[in-house]
Design a protein around this ligand. Structure first.
Ligand code: FAD
Ligand code: HEM
Length: 403
């Protein structure tokens, strides 16, 4: 395996030809490669599985799929620069990495284990020296793009690379009638006051579970920004056949109350609104996917109550609609708002159908909900001729960029 070369901004023609020729073989095996990658990475570095990666996503296979899809998408772009630059994908990954405190040095260990996995799966006869060298270049082009992005995010946050964690005290816990626990937190150290954020961003929350693992999860910010506190709402993920109860959400529900301490990251997240724009917003959510929309409504109520906004939410019934009272109170403070709640069991409207809703032509549409809801909403918005650039989808599980 050649040493990484990190100075080339793009693939040389030779490397591009090699990547193009081997993309089908690597693309076809990429899921197997990332599965082997995580297995070898975690057996060499068990602390990464225990304390950094989300073991729920590993158990479900969603993180290996997301990693595989992102590398395949990036390589496809490199050999066909006529394709749109995968900026949205890099931003999504970079913000997630920053919210976990990932640093440039960690990219080498991921590289070494990924390339060992490629050789293990495809064999040394396929992964010849020129093939390894070309893919090495692909890896470092992607890694360098992410490292640069993350470096800028840390500078913007005013911290040293990776130094994103803050000890906080829960100054208030309330329980929403539909289930979520709402936590408002403030820095333990007054010298480290929590910063503001842009509506739509999230924090990572870290908890030390009973088996000693430190698990991290993301939660969207729902409170007003800039008063030194941050507020987030956690749905308890209940056990279902074949699926254990969610580890961190259960822990937060069962053990954390007013006065308790937590570890959180500074706010990150790219699916924000443009606070300076005057164009209409359409907020589409289902279930706990309401949380980023509440953050956006908080911002509008405080700073921009005249901006046109359509609020659409889907749930089974009003009593299961998370943060419903909070949404209604915020909507009251807006001057130019249309609200439609679609409840499958309380009303006879059926499921939310975006093709049946009048959407302003120049609106930015923010969507959040479970994966099936997102797929349906994306298809309906495309059918309604909303351009992809105006569709902003927040997904609570790792994004598979092949979908
Ligand atoms: C950007 C972003 C913002 C988010 N905002 C919010 C928010 O505002 N509010 C909110 O409540 N959530 C939010 N989430 C989701 C949140 O981060 C967590 O994913 C959620 O709380 C579940 O975490 P958990 O530890 O409780 O569940 P996990 O333990 O991670 O489990 C997740 C799922 O995996 C399944 N699973 C775990 N292990 C196995 C196994 N061995 N076999 C089969 N299935 C398994 C579980 O049954 C469960 O269905 C957000 C996520 C992201 C990425
Ligand atoms: C070029 C190299 C890398 C690529 C292409 C990559 C890609 C990805 C992708 C696609 C995601 C999912 C984002 C989403 O939520 O949709 C992700 C998350 C993550 N990455 Fe990376 N990553 C790289 C390097 C690293 C490094 C060096 C580390 C640190 C060891 C790291 C740790 C993580 C962690 C902990 C998550 C969150 C996992 C989870 O929530 O399940 N990544 N990365």
């Amino acid at each position: 395996m050649t040493a990484p070369t990190r100075s080339h901004p793009e693939l040389t023609p030779d490397h591009a030809a090699t990547v193009r020729a081997t993309l089908p073989a690597i693309g076809a095996a990429i899921d197997e490669i990332t599965t082997v990658f995580y297995r070898t990475l975690f057996s060499a570095h068990p602390d990464l599985r225990r304390d950094l990666f989300n073991r729920g996503n590993q158990a479900q296979g969603s993180q290996p799929r997301a990693l595989a899809a992102s590398i395949a998408a990036f390589a496809t772009y490199l050999v066909d620069p006529a394709l749109p630059h995968p900026a949205a994908m890099l931003a999504r990954i970079g913000h997630k990495h920053a919210s976990l405190g990932i640093t440039a040095e960690q990219y080498q260990v991921v590289h070494d284990n990924l390339f060992a996995a490629i050789v293990e799966v495809l064999g040394a006869e396929v992964v010849t020296a020129p093939v390894a060298e070309a893919w090495d270049r692909v890896y470092w082009l992607m890694a360098d793009a992410l490292i640069d992005l993350e470096k800028r995010l840390y500078i913007d946050a005013g911290v040293q690379p990776g130094q994103v964690w803050r000890a906080v005290t829960v100054i208030e816990r309330t329980d929403d009638p539909a289930g979520p626990a709402v936590f408002r937190v403030r820095a333990v150290d007054p010298a480290e006051e929590l910063p503001g954020f842009v509506a739509g961003q999230y924090i990572s929350v870290g908890v030390r579970l009973t088996d000693g693992a430190r698990q991290l999860r993301q939660y969207s910010l729902i409170g007003a920004a800039g008063d030194g506190t941050l507020t987030f709402a956690v749905k308890r993920v209940a056990a279902a056949p074949g699926c254990p109860a969610g580890e961190v959400s259960s822990w937060l529900h069962e053990r954390v109350g007013t006065g308790d301490r937590l570890e959180i990251s500074l706010p990150f997240g790219d699916l924000t609104i443009d606070p300076d724009a005057t164009t209409p917003l359409v907020l589409v959510s289902a279930g706990i996917g309401v949380t980023p929309m509440v953050g956006i409504l908080e911002h509008l109520a405080a700073h921009d109550p005249g901006r046109p906004v359509t609020v659409l939410h889907a749930d089974r019934r009003a009593s299961e609609h998370p943060l419903r009272a909070r949404v209604l109170a915020l909507v009251e403070r807006l001057d130019n708002v249309r609200t439609e709640f679609w409840y499958t069991e309380d009303t006879h409207r059926g499921r939310l159908d975006l093709t049946a809703v009048e959407l302003p032509g120049d609106a930015d549409v923010h969507v959040c909900g479970n994966d099936r809801f997102l797929d349906t909403a994306r298809a309906q918005l495309r059918a309604a001729d909303v351009p992809d650039a105006r569709i902003h989808i927040e997904q609570f599980t790792p994004t598979d960029w092949r979908r």
